[in-house]
Design a protein around this ligand. Structure first.
Ligand code: NAD
Length: 262
């Protein structure tokens, strides 16, 4: 266990945080050394693994002398700045799957890569990494067809459209040589469809883990590329694999593609 990589988890109380703690518990090569929750959370001080020999407890702050080699952040957009600041302060490689980031936060992530290794992904599943490649190929093959992106998630999701939906839209725009922000349409209300735009639709219901459909349509036919996640453990395993991969690397901006396809 001595060579095991010490991991700080930011957002430990959430759905993804809990899934990541389960994955870390299964792996000997990584050890959770801090499970950070909101400072006012009722979990602070509670054991993370109550039925195990592990003694880790949820914490609202990071102990100043704690040794760690990587920080994983799956929180909310409002808490992302705090997670990134911790990683920068402790010089920890930073792996994040938090979505709903604004332009300022994306720029801060970009700047951070000058001092620490960073890896942010809207979706940590292998299936969506493959879907993104298929979507880009389809967009290149039928650049004139209408493109619509539909996504569905659980009722507790904060941001819409999903980070994955936006990422897929950016793939389409890049493959067509378009400026994504200029062609993205988040509602068709009151307007006929303008050619060359990329439309988004979001469904929020019950416990849906995550579904994405990218449709390319022309008169008389259409293509639909679909990914359905039925278990958020796929994202947790992907994020933990990324943390394992990034620990010890030099500062720089890395992508999930570097982990999966390199
Ligand atoms: P969630 O709402 O269940 O959990 C978010 C957690 O962050 C909550 O427990 C909240 O209390 C906590 N939090 C808020 N402020 C905090 C702070 N200052 N310090 C520590 N924790 C804090 O959401 P979730 O389903 O776990 O998703 C988390 C994020 O990951 C969302 O942005 C979601 O869209 C994204 N997500 C990404 C992927 C991916 O593969 N990249 C997959 C699923 C979800």
């Amino acid at each position: 266990m001595s060579s095991s990589i010490p991991v700080v988890l930011h957002g430990a109380a959430g759905r993804m945080g809990q899934a990541i703690l389960r994955v870390l518990d299964e792996r000997a090569d990584l050890t959770p050394v801090a499970a950070l929750v909101r400072a006012d959370s009722a979990r602070v001080g509670q054991p993370v693994y109550p039925f195990s020999e592990r003694t880790l407890r949820y914490a609202g702050t990071l102990a100043p002398d704690l040794a760690a080699s990587v920080l994983i952040d799956f929180s909310v957009a409002d808490a992302f700045d705090h997670g990134l600041a911790l990683a920068l302060e402790r010089k920890l490689p930073f792996v994040s799957g938090t979505t709903g980031l604004d332009a300022r936060q994306r720029a801060a992530l970009e700047r951070a890569a000058a001092s620490i290794p960073t890896l942010w992904a809207a979706n940590f599943s292998l299936g969506v990494a493959v879907l993104a490649k298929l979507v880009a190929a389809a967009a290149r093959a039928v650049p004139e067809w209408d493109c619509e992106i539909a996504e569905a998630h659980h009722a507790g999701k904060h941001d819409a459209p999903s980070g994955t939906g936006l990422m897929l839209g950016r793939e389409v725009a890049a493959a067509r040589g378009q400026d994504f922000d200029a062609v993205a349409r988040y509602s068709h209300a009151g307007n006929a469809r303008a050619r060359g735009t990329i439309g988004f639709a979001s469904t929020r219901a019950a416990d849906i883990v995550g579904e994405h459909t990218v449709m390319f349509a022309t008169a008389g036919e259409r293509i639909e590329l679909v990914h359905r996640a039925t278990d958020r453990m796929i994202f947790a395993r992907g994020a933990v694999a990324a943390a394992r991969w990034i620990a010890g690397r030099p500062a720089g901006r890395y992508s999930l593609e570097d982990v999966i396809f390199s």
